[in-house]
Design a protein around this ligand. Sequence first.
Ligand SMILES: [Zn+2]
Length: 175
Amino acid sequence: MPSGTRSANSSSLLDDADQAVEKPSQHEKSNGESRGKLWMAAGLALIAFAALAFVAWTSISSWRNSPEVAARTMPVVDVETGQAFTDFRAPRGATFPFVNPKTGKATLFPAEACYWTKDGKAKFPPTYVILNDRLGKPGPTKCPDCGRNVRLFNPMPPDALMQQAWDAAQSTNKR
Ligand SMILES: [Zn+2]
């Protein structure tokens, strides 16, 4: 029925008009309220940001302490220059010789630490020695400093000797 639909249309138009008139007054009423909401949103954003930063920080620190990274971190010695890098982090999936970032040459080999001195005491820091095995050379590896045999997972001197060496190293640092 045309008349019925017309009246329905007009009533809905009236409703719209009423709402259009009401809207600004509602807005004014809720002005303080919306400012509060704004602060709440800012607070929530801050909390969200803090949570994100925390997650990022924990994931970075767990990545740093991960066994995978620890396995790639080792002392290495440059076979050409003799320079030692005590905490070298090998690139993921790389095999030695690693590239020396200073020279750009693949001359870095994993090294074993020898804490012995010639006269049977301990020293700190140790001498880093590349095993013959790693260089493809035959025979046992001799430490160039103390002349002892060096092997994989080279054993350290007894704790008492290490303590003395550590104390001595600390006092020379202080001097
Ligand atoms: Zn040695």
